[in-house]
Write a protein that binds this ligand. Structure first.
Ligand code: AMP
Length: 181
């Protein structure tokens, strides 16, 4: 199980695509799953539009319902909080070889990349709202960083901190090197 972690605009989606071109993973992208769910559930859509997180139980159910028993898994968007990370390790660390890749970039670069995504028109609806973008950055610092820092310390999983401020291909090479270790 590969877990991609990192703030907005770090290139999680791009690197997930590049990894999937090289290997067959069951791809669990919670943001996309929740955006699909939001199409018929206004409450979910409203929470996402504000840049806030959805409840723990909703996420653990989503993961439980989609986790395979016989293929490798690529996680994108989960875990995002310390309780989610602890749950994941408790449920799956003995079933999978868990590798966390923390895509590390300074916040200024994250902001610049989101702004570029908006200018180029490829952005998502929740990117266009400055307050929601700010909220997601704040939540990354307050909720997701503690999860990342805890995962660093868990003995039976592998954790790699990969600096991804450079060119996409160089960054991807560094990710592959981290995965080979
Ligand atoms: P993403 O596409 O990964 O940026 O996710 C988009 C939105 O989906 C987030 O801003 C949250 O509202 C929601 N979401 C995705 N993953 C999670 C998660 N692990 N926990 C709570 N909410 C999530």
């Amino acid at each position: 199980m590969i877990i991609l972690m990192g703030g907005q605009g770090v290139g999680k989606g791009t690197f997930a695509r590049m990894l999937r071109e090289r290997h067959d993973y069951t791809y669990i992208e919670t943001g996309k799953m929740l955006r699909d769910a939001a199409a018929t559930d206004k409450t979910i859509g409203d929470i996402m539009a504000r840049g806030e997180l959805l409840p723990f139980e909703m996420l653990t159910k989503l993961v439980t319902d989609n986790i395979p028993t016989d293929t490798d898994v690529l996680m994108d968007g989960f875990p995002r909080t310390l309780p989610q990370a602890q749950w994941l390790v408790e449920q799956y660390a003995d079933k999978f070889d868990v590798r966390v890749i923390y895509l590390n970039v300074p916040e200024e670069i994250m902001i610049a990349r989101i702004q570029k995504r908006i200018r180029e028109g490829g952005g998502r609806a929740d990117d266009a709202d400055t307050a929601a973008v700010r909220k997601r950055l704040d939540i990354f610092q307050s909720e997701t960083m503690p999860a990342i820092n805890w995962l660093r310390t868990v003995p039976n999983i592998q954790f790699a901190d990969v600096e991804v401020s450079g060119a996409v291909d160089d960054n991807f090479r560094n990710i592959l090197t981290a995965l080979e270790k």
